[in-house]
Design a protein around this ligand. Structure first.
Ligand code: SAM
Length: 258
């Protein structure tokens, strides 16, 4: 399990972001659900938020290291299972959510089949990334292998939506989620306007793309970024980003229509 190795300090840097959590609540509202299955729930930051907002949550997470960091809540039941075999009975939940986890599932199609079974008719909300946009993100100037990594791990949005529409026999909505400049869930694009964040070990430790980089590329990229920040080269090219409140890095909510 990758996250048994890289997830040791996940709860510190990957807290739920209130803007993402609020958008999730807004999307869930029309489903009129009472039980949500959170698949690849990690340390449970979004599961906890939903529990605090009245939902019963089944938090499915295969990594012991991640589950152990969860804050307990009476409305969250933790399940040691994988997306491809949920260990839940049919119709156990009203809606499934997958927050920045789908690209980690070895067989996402099987996971969608399981969601169809467990929610009865395949109601799902996914927060993911559009891999077609990775090469336009400035971070890849410093860590070029992010491009191949992201393009080989994230599922193209069109492929994913077509598969959901066919399997669940329903239309799907796709909405962009422009990232706020002060994002509190420190995932890969957290530093779009705050490049200094990528120089912090604890921030990089919570980001799987950094964990997969080879040592040489990491050191080279970090020293170039450090130098470009010191000399002002980064700001000459990208200063406009520091003045923006939001930036569409490529994150998307994809969800079945109720
Ligand atoms: C980037 S974390 C996201 C965690 C959480 N959803 C969040 O947003 O904080 C991805 C999670 O997916 C989990 N994961 C990896 N493979 C999985 C699988 N086959 N089934 C379910 N979860 C899996 C990892 O253990 C990890 O906790």
């Amino acid at each position: 399990m990758l996250y048994d190795t890289i997830g040791k300090t996940y709860a510190q840097t990957r807290q739920s972001d209130p803007r993402i959590a609020a958008k999730l609540l807004e999307i869930l509202e029309p489903f009129q659900a009472s039980t949500i299955v959170d698949i690849g729930a990690g340390t449970g930051s979004y599961a906890l938020y939903l529990a605090e907002h009245g939902y019963q949550v089944l938090a499915v997470e295969p990594s012991t290291v991640m589950r152990r960091q969860a804050i307990a809540h009476p409305a969250v039941r933790w399940i040691d299972a994988k997306a491809e075999q949920l260990s839940l009975s049919s119709h156990a939940a009203d809606v499934a959510i997958i927050i920045l986890a789908l690209h980690h599932f070895p067989d996402y199609s099987q996971a969608l089949q399981e969601i169809h079974r467990v929610t009865g008719d395949g109601r799902v909300v996914i927060f993911t990334y559009d891999p077609d946009l990775i090469s336009s993100f400035w971070l890849t100037e410093y860590f070029p292998s992010f491009i191949a990594d992201v393009q080989s791990t994230f599922i193209p949005i069109a492929t994913l939506t077509a598969e959901i529409e066919t399997l669940m026999d329903t239309a799907v909505n796709i909405i962009p989620f422009p990232l706020p400049h002060d994002l509190s869930d420190s995932f890969a694009a957290v530093g779009w306007a705050r490049p200094e964040l990528y120089l912090e070990d604890n921030i990089r430790n919570g980001i799987s793309s950094f964990a997969k980089l080879n040592e040489d590329e990491l050191e080279l990229g970090l020293s170039k970024l450090r130098r470009d920040l010191e000399t002002g080269i980064w700001d000459q090219k990208h200063r406009y980003l520091r003045k923006q409140t939001h930036y569409d890095a490529g994150y998307r909510f994809i969800y079945t229509i109720t």
